[in-house]
Design a protein around this ligand. Structure first.
Ligand code: FAD
Length: 409
């Protein structure tokens, strides 16, 4: 009797794998196991519309519960997988039962990196990864008056924008000298900071945290330079750690992510890993990467489903990402670990522009602010392995759409 596919993790990657198994014609048993007690849901709104109270929890569900029954999927929500027994081809659940698999897909995602300073355990120090955390944060934000956000990356800046829209006093503290330093160039960091500042967000960049102050509840944040920022709510957004322990304890290789090959397969040919927890060889960088984006977990889920359904192909999807911060719609296409030239298309003063990044004359990535058209064409060009010259990119009369359709080079 076929044991079918067991998917650990009911985030967007786990859900997509299950849905794509069926659409790719896989007919065997499919079991989804996730420790969160919810239907699979989308995370991006948790720091955007949902945090602002513009959406209800049921609107975040990727599919209603009938979808899983109609597609003969067993969804075990609120169940944690404790152990993978590769020799027996089984997983062991926290509730004690065991489930056998022919194929195992690890879509265990990532968890919040915890703030390693005294006072971080005080009431009023919050994180933002799960639906439950977003529900709690929304309530606390409404009640708060002074908010300190620790971390000037996407999550921190989205939360800061939401807090300003709720008319709260907000200060963002970033350890590095500029915002989003891991993912973008100084021009965009500066632009984004100025736009948030114009909306009333205060910034402390290049600032260390000495401790969170308060007794029982948070009263502020003490910086390493001695400054004290009063706060009745602290939001920590300092990145995530991939959930690799389950794989590692089963003897599968894992560093900054569960190690997989170009088919997203671990060293055990029955076991795949996808999404935020997986480290894979990227054709775009020539190196191993781990990405945290909806595009990546969705396309990797599709890729693994095809592989299991007997249509094996390496993972080759073009990476892209978005972040909404108030009236800033930031979109990124491609990956550029090394850049030796960046050119601007459009006028930053207008609030709508893109930055094209090059390495050795080849276009590697494009960051767009409020220019979705550039982003769409950039994705097409990058997917084709095509390039436009820096001069063409900077020239607004140059037709990117034609270039992306192969009609101009
Ligand atoms: P996850 O969503 O982390 O899901 C993994 C699931 O597995 C979790 O539910 C976890 O509890 C469960 N799990 C782990 N271990 C076990 C176990 N042993 N047993 C059972 N279950 C287990 N991306 C974008 O592209 N654009 C955005 O605007 C954007 N905004 C975001 C905003 C927020 C607030 C957050 C948190 C993320 C955002 N992202 C965004 C990132 C994107 O949501 C993630 O990259 C994506 O959800 C990753 O999906 P995943 O399935 O790989 O992992």
């Amino acid at each position: 009797m076929p044991r079918g596919v067991v998917i650990v993790g009911t985030g967007q990657g786990g859900y997509q794998t299950a849905a794509s198994l069926r659409s790719e014609g896989f007919d065997g048993p499919v079991t989804l196991i996730g420790e969160e007690p919810h239907l699979p849901y989308q995370r991006p709104p948790l720091s955007k519309d949902f945090l602002l109270g513009k959406q209800h929890a049921h609107q975040l569900a990727l599919r209603p519960s009938q979808f899983y029954t109609a597609n003969r999927m067993e969804l075990l929500a609120g169940e944690r997988v404790k152990e993978i027994d590769l020799a027996a081809g089984q997983v062991r659940l926290a509730s004690g039962s065991r489930l056998a698999f022919d194929h195992l897909v690890l879509a265990t995602g990532a968890r919040n990196r915890l703030l390693p300073v005294p006072g971080a355990e005080l009431d009023g120090v919050c994180y933002l990864r799960t639906l439950d955390e977003s529900v709690e944060l929304r309530q606390r934000m409404e009640a708060a008056s002074e908010i300190v956000v620790i971390g000037g990356g996407f999550i921190g800046l989205e939360a800061a924008a939401a807090a300003r829209l709720l008319d709260k006093q907000v200060t963002v503290v970033e350890a590095l000298p500029r915002l989003m330093a891991r993912v973008t160039v100084p021009l965009i960091s500066r632009f984004v900071m100025e736009r948030h500042a114009a909306r009333g967000v205060n910034f402390r960049c290049g600032a260390g945290i000495a401790r969170i102050t308060g007794e029982g509840s948070v009263t502020g944040v003490l910086l390493s330079d001695g400054a004290h920022l009063p706060a009745d709510l602290v939001i920590v957004g300092i990145g995530v750690l991939p959930n690799v322990e389950l794989a590692r304890e089963a003897g599968l290789a894992a560093g900054n992510g569960i190690a997989v090959d170009e088919y997203l397969k671990t060293a055990d040919p029955r076991v795949f890993a996808i999404g935020d927890c997986a480290e894979f060889p990227s054709r775009f960088t020539g190196s191993r990467v781990r990405l945290e984006s909806v595009q990546n977990c969705v396309d990797q889920g599709i890729c693994v489903a095809r592989n299991i359904a007997g249509k094996a192909a390496p993972y080759a999807a073009t990476p892209w990402f978005w972040s909404d911060q108030g009236d800033l719609h930031l979109q990124m296409a491609g990956l550029a670990p090394h850049i030796d030239e960046s050119v601007v298309r459009g006028e930053p003063e207008s609030g709508k522009f893109s930055v094209f990044h090059y390495f050795h004359g080849i276009m590697k990535a494009v960051d767009s602010i409020n220019r979705p058209g550039d982003h769409v064409q950039a994705r097409k060009l990058i997917a084709l392995g095509a390039t436009v010259s820096p001069e063409q990119a900077a020239d607004e009369s140059f037709d990117l759409k034609k270039a992306a359709s192969g009609r101009i080079t």
